[in-house]
Design a protein around this ligand. Sequence first.
Ligand code: IMP
Ligand code: MG
Length: 201
Amino acid sequence: MSELGPAAPGQMDGIYPQVLGADSEAGQKFARATQLISAREVDRAVDQMAVRITVALQDKNPVVVTVLQGGLVCAGMLMRRLIFPLQQGYVHVGRYGDATRGGKLEWLARACPPLQNRHVLLVDDILDQGHTLQALLDWAGAEGAASVQSCVLVNKVLEQTVPRPKVDFVGLSAPDKFLVGCGMDYLGYGRNLPGIYAIED
Ligand code: IMP
Ligand code: MG
């Protein structure tokens, strides 16, 4: 069986409408979600990203800053593969709220070691318009970081080109659709899915 292709019948079209309600927004969307990237492909992409990050940062004693909530899964997967000395922190920002269109960036929480003179790696789930990452790159620079690099699990290949910050480490590319899985949610659901799925508009 191909690793790509639609979600297996009964994987998402059974339990999601059953538990969330067949008439509910989330139940309907998840029932029709299509798998774009399998869990195995995600694992392989994170393996490769971890090697590149290790080469770049293993002797730099970096602070790895998880961008919650979406970056949680990518950061967790990376942590098991980065075995050199590092410290962790998090920032919790939100841009989407409960919709599938980008909105204003909100700072919800942060807890990090001081970034002054440290090498910082920001970890997020996805690069979309790039506003989130740009704001966080600016913030880490303003905190006095010696260097700031960034890592996303997924680069969304946009239909319209917009100026976006450069991302140093990218796991996978995906089309310009609304995605769930591996940290990405729709109405708060789907972050836990080990593959990556497209949700219809
Ligand atoms: P940006 O600021 O437009 O690059 O948006 C990035 C943030 O929006 C990410 O941190 C995600 O939390 C969220 N986001 C962007 N695209 C998607 C998506 O397709 N599914 C789920 N969340 C997304
Ligand atoms: Mg996010």
